[in-house]
Design a binder for this molecule. Structure first.
Ligand SMILES: *Cc1c(COP(=O)(O)O)cnc(C)c1O
Length: 530
C-alpha cells in the first residue's frame, strides 16, 4: 500500500477485501442507510418539550383535535441525525467536483449566504408596504444595473424565476412586439443543438418550431439559416440561439445571424445560460441580441443543485424594452420606484403582463449582487477566463484518449466528447458515467446535446484548482484505459459503492410513488407446532 506524505494510506483500495460484507444494519461503514422519517418516526414523540400550562383554557369551542396528528416525531438528536444522514446521500459542489456541462455548478461563496440572511433582506415580506423596504428595491435596481452593464443593454425584466421562465418572458415580449406592430408570424427558428427548453418555450406560446442544422464544426449552418428565413419570409418571429452553444463552441457568425434575423423583421432570443464563458469579454447587446435570460443560479453562484430556487432575469434590447413585464423599476425623484400596475405606467410602456405573483427571488438577487460586487468587474472577467481555461485544460488532458466530435480545437467553458473512443469496448456512455460515481465524482452531463452520439459534456468551471483538475483527468484516463483493456466488469454494473445502484429511472418518472403508505403490519401469529 502506498502512503501519502502524512503517512496515511493513499490507495486504500489495494487492501480492500474482494467481497462486500452484508451488514446487519444495512450501513456501509460510515455511509449510513437512512430510512424515511415515516418508517421510524413515532407518533408519541416530539423534539419539543413544553408542558401544557396549568391555567390553559382552549378557545376552540370544542373543536380541539381528539386523535393524534399522526405525524412522525423524533427526539431532537434523532431529527438532527436524520437530516444530516440524508444530506450525506447527496452529492454537492461542497463535496467535490461537479462536472455537469450546461449547468455551471460553481463554488458558492459563503459571503453570499451571509448577505442573503441579513434580516433586512431575509425577513421581508412581498406584501410589506414599499416604503418599508427601500433598501431591497434599491438592491434589485443595483443588480439590474450590473446586468445591463455586463450585457450592454438598457432594460431587464427581473422577475422570472428560472432560465426556462426567462425564455418564456423574453419570447412573450417578442410576441407582444410583433402584435403591437400588427404582425403575427408563426415560426421560431431553433438550432438542432439547442437546450430542450428552447423549442418547448416556443411551442408553449403556440409557435411552430423549425430546426436549423449545424455545420461539421458544430456551429449553426448560417447558409441554411438564411435559406430557411427566405423560405418562410414574413412568417419568422425570431430565433432562439445559445452562445456559446451547447457543444461548448462560440458561434462566430453571431453578428451576421443577428443581422439576417433583424432584416426579416424578427427578433434574436439568446439563451444566456452559458454566460459564464463570456462575462466581461463580450456583451450580448453588442452582438445584436434582443432578449436573453441570465441564470443567476449558474453564472453568478447561488446553490442550485437538487432543484433549489432559480432566478432568470431577462435583458431586453431597446426594441423590446417597452414590453417588459410588471413589476419593473423606474428611477423616480426619490430613488428607484417599483411599478406594479398598468395604472402606473407612462407613455411608451406597454408591459405584456406579469410573470410572477410578486417581484422575483430576493435571496438570489442578494447572492448574485454579493458575488458580483465581491469580484468586481475585473474579477468577473477573470472568472470567465479561468472557466474557459479549466475546460481547455481538461480537453487537452483527455483529447488523446477520448474523442472530440468536432476535432481538436479550443472550446469555451465546457468540453464535449462523444463515445467513439468506447467503440467495441462493450462500455456505453452510461456505464462510463456510473463508474465515475465509484471514483467519487458526479458524472458529467450525458447524452446531451443530442446532435452528438453518446455525448459527454464536461464543465469544470473556474472553481477547480489545478490539483483537482489533474486528479480528475487522471481518474478519467484510468477509466478509459480500463475500458479499452476490456475490464467491462468495472462498468457494466457500476456504481458498486454508492448507497443506491442503478435505479429504474423510467419507472421513477412514469410511475412515481408520491405518497408513503404504511406497510401491512407483519403477521406475528406464532406458527402452530406440528
Ligand atoms: C440550465 C439551462 C436552461 C434552463 O434554465 P433553468 O433555470 O434550469 O430553467 C436553458 N438553457 C440552457 C443552455 C441551460 O443550460
Amino acid at each position: 500500500m502506498s502512503m501519502n506524505t502524512q503517512g496515511r494510506p493513499s490507495a486504500p483500495t489495494e487492501n480492500a477485501p474482494s467481497f462486500t460484507p452484508k451488514t446487519f444494519t444495512g450501513n456501509r461503514g460510515l455511509d449510513m442507510e437512512e430510512a424515511l422519517i415515516f418508517e421510524f418516526g413515532r407518533y408519541d414523540v416530539t423534539g419539543i418539550d413544553l408542558d401544557v400550562p396549568d391555567d390553559f383554557v382552549s378557545e376552540l369551542g370544542g373543536h380541539d383535535r381528539k386523535d393524534t396528528l399522526e405525524l412522525p416525531g423524533l427526539a431532537e438528536p434523532e431529527a438532527m441525525r436524520h437530516y444530516v444522514r440524508l444530506s450525506r446521500n447527496n452529492y454537492a459542489i461542497d463535496s467535490g467536483l461537479y462536472p455537469l456541462g450546461s449547468c455551471t455548478m460553481k463554488h458558492n461563496p459563503r459571503l453570499n449566504e451571509k448577505m442573503a440572511r441579513l434580516p433586512g433582506f431575509g425577513d421581508i415580506h412581498p406584501l410589506q408596504p414599499l416604503s418599508t423596504v427601500p433598501g431591497a428595491v434599491e438592491l434589485i435596481d443595483e443588480l439590474a444595473h450590473w446586468l445591463m452593464t455586463m450585457t450592454g443593454t438598457f432594460a431587464v425584466a427581473m422577475s422570472p424565476k428560472a432560465g426556462a421562465h426567462g425564455e418564456l418572458c423574453g419570447m412573450m415580449a417578442i410576441k407582444a412586439a410583433h402584435t403591437a406592430a400588427g404582425r403575427d408570424p408563426k415560426i421560431v427558428l431553433v438550432p438542432e443543438s439547442a437546450h430542450g427548453t428552447n423549442p418547448a418555450t416556443a411551442a408553449l406560446l403556440g409557435y411552430k418550431v423549425v430546426s436549423i442544422g449545424a455545420k461539421d464544426d458544430g456551429t449553426v449552418d448560417f447558409d441554411g439559416l438564411k435559406a430557411t428565413i427566405a423560405q418562410h419570409e414574413g412568417n419568422v418571429a425570431g430565433i432562439m440561439l445559445t452562445n456559446p452553444n451547447t457543444c461548448g463552441l462560440f458561434e462566430r457568425d453571431i453578428i451576421e445571424i443577428a443581422e439576417a434575423i433583424h432584416a426579416a423583421d424578427a427578433y434574436f432570443y439568446c439563451d444566456g445560460a452559458n454566460f459564464n464563458a463570456i462575462v466581461g469579454k463580450a456583451r450580448p447587446g453588442d452582438l445584436g441580441v434582443d432578449a436573453m435570460h441570465i441564470n443567476l443560479h449558474k453564472t453568478f453562484s447561488t446553490p442550485h443543485g437538487g432543484g433549489g430556487p432559480g432566478s432568470g432575469p431577462v435583458i431586453l434590447s431597446d426594441r423590446l424594452a417597452p414590453f417588459a413585464p410588471l413589476p419593473f423599476i423606474r428611477k423616480g425623484e426619490n430613488g428607484p420606484e417599483l411599478i406594479e400596475t398598468n395604472a402606473d405606467t407612462q407613455d411608451g410602456e406597454q408591459p405584456f403582463g406579469r410573470m410572477t405573483a410578486f417581484h422575483g427571488q430576493m435571496g438570489m438577487y442578494v447572492r448574485a449582487l454579493s458575488y458580483m460586487m465581491s469580484h468586481g468587474s475585473d474579477g468577473l472577467r477573470q472568472a470567465s477566463e479561468d472557466a474557459v481555461l479549466n475546460a481547455n485544460y481538461v480537453r487537452v488532458g483527455l483529447q488523446g484518449i477520448m474523442s472530440l466530435p468536432f476535432g481538436v480545437r479550443p472550446c469555451m467553458h465546457e468540453v464535449l466528447f462523444d463515445d467513439t473512443f468506447l467503440k467495441d469496448t462493450g462500455v456505453t456512455t452510461l456505464d462510463f458515467a456510473k463508474a465515475m460515481i465509484d471514483e467519487g465524482y458526479h458524472p458529467m452531463t450525458m447524452y446531451f446535446p443530442l446532435v452528438v452520439h453518446g455525448a459527454m459534456l464536461i464543465e469544470p468551471t473556474e472553481s477547480e484548482s489545478r490539483a483537482e483538475l489533474d486528479l480528475f483527468v487522471a481518474t478519467m484516463r484510468d477509466l478509459v484505459m480500463s475500458a479499452s483493456k476490456g475490464e467491462t466488469d468495472r462498468f457494466s454494473a457500476a456504481p458498486y459503492l454508492s448507497p443506491r445502484r442503478r435505479l429504474d429511472e423510467t419507472s421513477a418518472a412514469r410511475k412515481p410513488i408520491l405518497k408513503w403508505t404504511a406497510p401491512e403490519p407483519a403477521d406475528v401469529t406464532p406458527v402452530a407446532a406440528e
